[in-house]
Design a protein around this ligand. Structure first.
Ligand SMILES: NC(=O)c1ccc[n+]([C@@H]2O[C@H](COP(=O)([O-])OP(=O)(O)OC[C@H]3O[C@@H](n4cnc5c(N)ncnc54)[C@H](O)[C@@H]3O)[C@@H](O)[C@H]2O)c1
Ligand SMILES: O=C(O)C[C@H](O)C(=O)O
Ligand SMILES: [Mg+2]
Length: 609
């Protein structure tokens, strides 16, 4: 991600410096997609003249501080989370650097607005609230021509895409093309958390029909009104899409997100493409990362753990598989390890004698139930007497006061992880978990909950959300130029996350590091992922093999997009350029070469990184 082709400008006293590369691109192509800072009020007067935007923004040159202050005040004046979400979306598309500067300074406060829980409502209302393009839509009708639709994406370089078919958006069901909020949101987190260049990301939503009848009948719905295509049709479509994406961008990393049944495509593509499934693998890794720290605190040995999972879907099975691998590394045989898990779905305890099971549930099906079937979670808890309760069921409130109380009777430190998103689907709140376990539980939830004052202390809830790992998995795959994303790379992300806590975070019994440190945490996760790629020999950036961990960390940091320092790096180039093109000091645009036209500017076109 060298920025050598960029140009930027700076105020003379070391004030804001603003990238004008994409502005040029924008002016040339009228690209309405997120573009850098074209009309940034922090642009110097010289830059505005150079860009011919002089006069199109208010005369004063803003500092970053003023911009932040103004944006936060506007945000504050918007009353509802969705209004704040809308303002932030507009900010991202009109001044991408300001958006990420704001996010960098307020990551804890703004993440719930750009991501879960607010993104859930944004998706439910996407077609109602739609105002601007933010990603690429591929329709089933485009089959046979996906390659040419993909050519329409206006940015020449893409490092990573997040793709959904909208069929299982958070715990909100099939939202069809309204699911676009998820790729957009996840990629914002990629930039905020791991410094992936926002101009090199592709939010991608597939319109393969929807099983959501209300949407199909909604006049405002912006997707096709067909029923969801068959699994076979979807497979053919995805085959074409994978080939077309990698044809245009050979190094692209492809993250699958929020597909109703993502197991077949993970199996089909994971060895031939640089791809992973975030709901199975990212979730598995993030929960393992927190769990490793939880085990240390609960002091229950793996062989004595008894984990009840409410929800046996992509996330439930993904997490159970990841914990199984951990138990095996801790000395259990595979058979012993998988016996530590009791999965419960909408039919009750998953047993091998209860009738035909979906393929992904077979591995964990119990065969020691002696013919008895357990339907409710309460029954299962009484039967199993678990040490761990995981929620990946999409059923808000499923961890009832009675169940939470029981968990505290059974354990000194019960692990209570209500992981379903958004907040309305969380199996319990932080407050209830603390109240009914009398403050004993080790807690993490998928969506954020506020700090709680309990018996004289402030308790901070852990957030077991895959946003702690997927940014580092993606960046690690990009920087190592991995040909595939291996299971060891996923596992390494969990280990790196678990060891990323500061001594004071460990002392405070946190399971996850402070989200405000996410960029540093992502450096550690990225390093772990790169080292695992090297061990598995799937890396193609061979020079990284022989450098020390410290050097690798430095390399990773240097490759991260930083909305503050981005422009420092290229500032010198602008000065050179200004002299080369127009003489110095810069003269107003339009007078540059005496004929009313700008001279051609070397190094400003996209496509040469
Ligand atoms: N915290 C995170 O990082 C994270 C990551 C991925 C998914 N999730 C959340 O996990 C939830 C599930 O995601 P998924 O991809 O596994 O979905 P999925 O549709 O694949 O699985 C849902 C599971 O819940 C079960 N279920 C539904 N109703 C139930 C009921 N009444 N009682 C018991 N089980 C019931 C289903 O049978 C199924 O096994 C979603 O809310 C999602 O937002 C959270
Ligand atoms: O999107 C999230 O916040 C986590 C996860 O990927 C989910 O599907 O819920
Ligand atoms: Mg997801």
């Amino acid at each position: 991600m060298s920025h050598s082709r960029n140009v930027s400008t700076a105020s003379k006293s070391g004030g804001p410096q603003v990238n004008i590369k994409a502005a040029h691109h924008h002016a040339a192509s009228h690209n309405p997609l997120p573009a850098a800072a074209d009309y940034d009020t922090a642009l110097s007067i010289e830059a505005r003249k150079y860009l011919k935007t002089y006069g199109l923004t208010p005369p004063a040159v803003d500092t970053y501080e003023k911009q932040n202050k103004r944006a936060l005040a506007i945000l504050d004046s918007r009353k509802t989370p969705i209004e704040k979400y809308q303002y932030l979306s507009i900010l991202r598309s009109t001044n991408v650097h300001l958006f990420y500067r704001l996010l960098a300074q307020n990551v804890k406060e703004l993440t719930p607005l750009i991501y879960t829980p607010t993104v859930g409502e944004a998706c439910q209302r996407w077609s109602e609230l739609y105002t601007q393009p933010e990603g690429l839509y591929l329709s089933f009708e485009d089959k046979g021509h996906l390659h040419s639709v993909i050519q329409n994406w206006p940015h020449h370089n893409v490092d990573i895409t997040v793709v959904t078919d909208g069929s299982r958006i958070l715990g909100l069901g099939d939202l069809g093309i309204n699911g676009m909020g998820i790729p957009v949101g996840k990629l914002s987190l990629y930039t905020a958390c791991a410094g992936i260049d926002p101009m090199r990301t592709l939010p991608l939503t597939l319109d393969l029909g929807t099983s959501n009848e209300a949407f199909r009948n909604d006049p405002l719905y912006m997707g096709s009104r067909r029923e969801k295509v068959t699994a076979e049709e979807e497979k053919d479509f995805l085959d074409e899409m994978m080939a077309a994406l990698t044809e245009r961008w050979p190094g692209i990393v492809i993250q699958y997100e929020d597909f109703k049944n993502p197991f077949p495509s993970l199996e089909r593509y994971q060895e031939t493409y640089t791809m992973f499934n975030d709901d199975i693998q990212g979730t598995g890794a993030v929960i393992l990362g927190g769990f490793i720290n939880g085990v240390k605190q609960s002091r229950v040995a793996p062989k004595d753990q008894r984990a009840v999972f409410l929800g046996a879907g992509s996330a439930g099975v993904g997490v159970a598989k990841q914990l199984t691998e951990f138990f095996m590394k801790e000395g259990l045989s595979e058979e012993e390890a998988k016996k530590r898990f009791w999965l419960v779905d909408s039919q009750g305890l998953v047993t091998s004698d209860r009738g035909k099971l979906a393929e992904h549930k077979v591995y964990f099906a119990r065969d020691d139930n002696e013919g008895k079937q357990y339907k409710s979670l309460e029954e299962v808890v009484e039967y199993v007497k678990p040490t761990i309760l995981m929620g990946l069921s999409t059923i808000g409130g499923a961890f009832t006061p009675h169940i939470l109380t029981r968990m505290a009777e059974l354990n000194d430190k019960p692990v209570i992880f209500p992981l379903s998103n958004p907040s309305s689907k969380s199996e319990c709140t932080f407050e209830d978990a603390i109240k009914y376990t009398k403050g004993k539980c080790l807690f993490a939830s998928g969506s954020p909950f506020p700090t709680l004052h309990f018996e004289g202390t402030d308790l901070v809830p852990g957030q077991g959300n895959n946003m702690y790992v997927f940014p580092g998995i993606g960046l690690g795959a990009i920087l190592s130029k991995a040909v595939s994303v291996t299971q060891n790379m996923i596992y390494a992300s969990a280990e790196a996350l678990s060891t990323s806590l500061l001594p004071e975070e460990v002392k405070a019994n946190w399971l996850y590091p402070d989200i405000r440190r996410i960029r540093e945490v992502s450096v550690e996760v990225t390093r772990g992922v790169i080292r695992a790629a090297q061990a598995d020999k799937v890396d193609r950036e061979l020079a990284l093999r022989n450098i020390s961990d410290e050097e690798l960390d430095e390399f990773i940091r240097n490759r991260m997009y930083d909305p503050y320092t981005e422009h420092d790096k290229v500032n010198a180039e602008l000065k050179d350029l200004a002299q080369h093109v127009m003489g110095s000091p810069m003269s107003p645009a339009g007078q540059a070469n005496g004929n009313g036209k700008m001279a051609s500017r070397p190094g400003t076109a996209e496509g040469s990184k």
